[in-house]
Design a protein around this ligand. Structure first.
Ligand code: Z5A
Length: 209
């Protein structure tokens, strides 16, 4: 039986997911929750190996179909070995990206049919879905500028601006369709303002628990 809560953090490149992840975990821990921080693709030994296949620049081109299936292969390991057991123990799972990213990047960015993604989602997750999703929203231009100030671009970060515009569009569409699950945060604000917004959202979530 699932007793914990499953919270995901989403957004395009450079929106500040990593910056806010520990803040969220600390906020929930102070409220007495046991928190498991994890990420996708990745989160288990095998899923992290798949992550390297997905993000590294390989000499052999990774085809889009393989990319989609590898995302879900990593997710299957992650759901089975980390997310479900943690939720069953009553922990709150805080995950940096989950299946909304597949709809946004593979559905939006790579133009896969959303119904095909839905079919694989059902096959792998068997109904498991985030309770809440914090969507950090920012113009693609600013996000890419922020991200460029970090390390060498990986395989996804090397995509063009138009790719990320489609990704952002899908995220916003999904948030419109499921307003009860999504909380959109204006990530163009300062880190302090972003975290104030997230704190008041989490405060409300804890009150309504
Ligand atoms: N992917 C996919 O295609 N399909 C899927 O199903 C899944 C993933 C699950 C890896 O994800 C890639 O996998 C990802 C999508 C794909 N590729 N892309 N693009 P990832 O989450 O590991 O990679 P990422 O998007 O590059 O995330 P990141 O490295 O964690 O970046 P971030 O969290 O968005 O940003 P950050 O590192 O916290 O912040 C970026 C910079 O901005 C940094 O210098 C901060 O100090 C600064 N920052 C942060 N917030 C602010 C504010 N408020 N003001 C000013 N500056 C700020």
């Amino acid at each position: 039986m699932v007793t914990g809560k499953f919270i995901t953090l989403e957004g395009v490149e450079g929106v500040g997911k990593t910056t806010n992840l520990n803040f969220i975990a600390e906020y929930l821990e102070k409220a007495g929750k046991s928190v498991v921080i994890t990420r996708e693709p990745g989160g288990t030994e095998i899923a992290e190996k798949i992550r390297a296949l997905l993000l590294d620049h390989n000499e052999e081109k990774l085809c889009n179909e393989a990319e989609l299936l590898l995302m879900f292969a990593a997710r299957a390991q992650h759901v089975e070995n980390v997310i479900k057991p943690a939720l069953e123990k009553g922990s709150w799972v805080l995950c940096d990206r989950f299946t909304d990213a597949t709809y946004a990047y593979q559905g939006g960015g790579r133009d896969f049919n959303m119904n095909d993604i839905k079919w694989i989602e059902n096959f792998v997750q068997k109904g498991l879905a985030p309770d809440k999703t914090i969507l950090l929203d920012l113009s693609v231009e600013v996000g890419l500028q922020r991200a460029a100030s970090r390390s060498e671009p990986d395989r996804f970060e090397s995509e063009k601006q138009a790719f990320f515009e489609k990704v952002r569009g899908v995220y916003l569409d999904r948030a419109k369709v499921e307003p009860q699950r999504f909380h959109i945060v204006d990530a163009s604000k300062t880190v302090e303002q972003v975290q104030q917004n997230i704190a008041s959202f989490l405060g409300q979530l804890l009150i309504n628990e």
